[in-house]
Design a binder for this molecule. Structure first.
Ligand code: 13P
Length: 248
């Protein structure tokens, strides 16, 4: 069976103490898991959670980062600061960043290149709104987000990057894309990647699905040919709901 990459995006939840408690619980319960696992706490909890996951199989992720290495950028967190804490992955272009904070493809691309430059694995999120899907614009929206997000990314480092397909209408709504629908979009993303980098790299690219992933739909989603893992929001906030997804 293929190795899956299951990531938990804790979003704007949990105090430091709550984050540490969950991380400890996950280390205890997932220590022997064969899957690749990542958790992304809030910035404020990164240092404390880093101490808990250090030396374990759980990777530490951040939910965002600034587009510059350092300087006068009030409120931003830099790639160097993340690296300093032991962060190995960063979620970029999440739809909540794109829609609530107006992040565009150019800005997201800048962050992707910066993360790669510093050896941090970017998870580039792409996804269409319901309006875009219903207007028949699914492929053009996803295609643009993938192409623009990867601008300047060399074929040699492509394998260090992950793409997450998260249809905006499925995030936090309880609505999931059907496994077949999700798989078709993942296949389309591979087609775009093949156009950019060739069939081989497109085939081996890790593409996660995100949007109301739960223990009871994980098996079917993860069983699809083009789905290589999950980016989990709500269900990643408790060990009781996250562990069964990793170990479906
Ligand atoms: P939910 O799993 O809560 O739908 O969130 C998905 C998500 O946005 C993960 O990044």
């Amino acid at each position: 069976m293929k190795q899956l990459y299951i990531a938990g995006n804790w979003k704007m939840h949990k105090t430091v103490a709550e984050s540490v408690a969950l991380a400890k619980d996950l280390v205890a319960k997932l220590g022997a898991s064969g899957q690749k696992v990542m958790i992304a706490p809030a910035f404020t909890a990164l240092a404390s959670v880093a101490a808990v996951v250090k030396g374990t199989k759980i990777r530490l992720g951040a939910q965002n980062m600034g587009p510059e290495e350092q300087g006068a950028h009030t409120g931003e967190v830099s790639v160097l600061m993340l690296k300093d804490l032991g962060v190995s992955t960063v979620i970029l272009g999440h739809s909540e960043r794109r829609h609530s904070y107006k992040e565009d493809d150019g800005l997201i691309n800048k962050k992707v290149l910066l993360a790669l430059k510093h050896g941090i694995e970017p998870i580039l999120c792409v996804g269409e709104t319901l309006e875009e899907r219903e207007a028949g614009r699914l492929e053009s929206v996803i295609g643009t987000q993938v192409r623009e997000g990867l601008k300047g990314v060399d074929a040699a480092v492509l394998a260090k990057l992950v793409i997450a397909y998260e249809p905006v209408w499925a995030i936090g709504t309880g609505k999931t894309a059907t496994p077949q629908d999700a798989d078709a979009v993942h296949a389309y993303i591979r087609k775009v990647l093949a156009g950019l980098y060739g069939e081989g790299p497109a085939k081996s690219m890790c593409i996660q699905y995100g949007g109301s992933v739960k223990a009871d739909n994980a098996k079917e989603l993860m069983g699809m040919a083009n789905i290589d893992g999950a980016l989990v929001g709500g269900a990643s906030l408790k060990a009781e709901t996250f562990v069964p997804i990793v170990e479906f």
